[in-house]
Design a protein around this ligand. Structure first.
Ligand code: NAD
Ligand code: MG
Length: 384
């Protein structure tokens, strides 16, 4: 494998730090060109000193001087602001951009990276939720690779290797069910953010952890899958699998199914994306059947966990609806984490916001960026 230079957008987060652990394990094959963070200047500085990238971006402009001064003795370009993210992906030496930013803030840098001809390793599912159709068009136009990092999508991607001629009948995205699996709305009415932040199987950033508890994460993943694998909404099923060992399943037109399995460790799909098509030997913990003597499956409860149904509905309606859903959800999660609304209040807020925003049928990228902003303002006003 030829050496790959990786730009990690969102290097200080859960995916970003695990990606650095993967890169550190393969120093002959993977190097870091770019690191970026929203606010965590201390960690960004430490990462830059350890990995010596060509450039770093601290999005929060008031922390620019701190980062610049700390790295002054090294040959590292320091940029800041949202514009810095868009500029930095143009660097000639970058082969692949790992987008591990959380939220629709990841959209603009993804677009720029594609149009600069960079391959994409995508953790930032919101990019495809907001603008999946347009993004996949750009991927084709600029002939770049789009490698999923989300574990379910990585699973499906891996199941499809060698199956180019065989159309899919259906896929099943697996869901752990989160910390509130099996609970009813009465229980959910009074759950706290501390309870919601305790995921049974995965340790992740706060936003996706709340999305996992509300099943919005699975809803966003249904939309992500639609665009990545060019499916109709009816072809995408969700099945609750509390052990989180089967990461997703594909079903072909002969009824045969393939699943991808492994321990719930994001370093596996991250490595897969960064080193594709190679599978390199690593020292991560191996699966032991005796620790998992049964796998179980349940139907996802879309009446109790309304967010999943709202996501399906947004996809059926199309146009700008998934973008509106996503922006309203980002505001809802922030408000829940700030104790401004209840757990169930998140679905109420998303639904109310979607009702207020008039549907746009064929939005352009610029339209979607504007709709994302407008929706946040509407949703914020409904929190008050
Ligand atoms: P996180 O909150 O731990 O990290 C987010 C990173 O993005 C940080 O480096 C932060 O500094 C940066 N960031 C935050 N807001 C930003 C902004 N407005 N502009 C620029 N940078 C910003 O999040 P995470 O859990 O690592 O998730 C990152 C993405 O990966 C999300 O889209 C999530 O859905 C997806 N994902 C995460 C996991 C997981 O296990 N954590 C699994 C699958 C998919
Ligand atoms: Mg996932």
């Amino acid at each position: 494998m030829k050496k790959r230079n990786i730009a990690i957008l969102g290097s200080t987060g859960s995916i970003g730090t695990q990606a650095l652990a993967v890169i550190a394990a393969f120093p002959e094959l993977l190097t870091v060109s770019v690191l970026t963070a929203a606010e965590n200047a201390d960690l960004l500085i430490a990462q830059a000193k350890a990995f010596k990238p060509k450039a770093v971006v601290i999005v929060c402009e008031s922390k620019y001087i701190q980062v610049k001064d700390a790295l002054a003795h090294l040959d590292i370009t320091v940029l800041s602001g949202e514009q810095g993210l868009v500029e930095v992906v143009r660097l000639e030496e970058i082969d692949m951009v790992l987008n591990a930013i959380v939220g629709s803030a990841g959209l603009r840098p993804t677009v720029k990276a594609i149009t600069e001809g960079k391959d994409i390793a995508l953790a930032n599912k919101e990019t495809l939720v907001v603008a999946g159709e347009l993004i996949m068009e750009l991927v084709r136009q600029y002939k770049v690779a789009m490698l999923p990092v989300d574990s379910e999508h990585s699973a499906i991607f891996q199941c499809l290797v060698g199956e180019q001629a065989n159309p899919l009948e259906k896929i099943y995205l697996t869901a752990s069910g989160g910390p509130f699996r099996g609970k009813d709305r009465e229980f959910l009415a009074s759950v706290t953010k501390e309870q919601a932040l305790k995921h049974p199987n995965w340790v992740m950033g706060a936003k996706i952890t709340i999305d996992s508890a509300s099943l919005m994460n699975k809803g966003l993943e249904v939309i992500e899958a639609k665009w990545l694998f060019d499916l109709d909404v009816e072809q995408i099923g969700v099945i609750v699998h509390p052990q989180s060992i089967i990461h997703s399943i594909v079903q072909f037109q002969d009824g045969s199914m393939k699943a991808q399995m492994g321990l719930p460790d994001m370093k596996l799909p991250i490595q897969n994306a960064l080193t594709y098509p190679r599978r390199l030997r690593n020292t991560f913990e191996r699966f032991d059947f005796m620790n998992y003597t049964s796998f179980t499956f349940e139907e996802a409860d879309r009446d109790t966990f309304r967010n999943l149904e709202l996501a399906y509905q947004s996809l059926r309606e199309g146009g700008d609806r998934p973008c509106v859903l996503n922006a309203a959800n980002e505001v809802a999660v922030t408000a829940f984490l700030a104790d401004e609304i209840s757990f169930l209040g998140m679905s109420t807020l998303i639904e109310a916001t979607m009702c207020q925003q008039k549907k746009v049928e064929h939005p352009t990228l610029e339209d979607l960026l504007a709709i994302d902003m407008e929706t946040r303002i509407v949703a914020r006003s409904l929190v008050k």
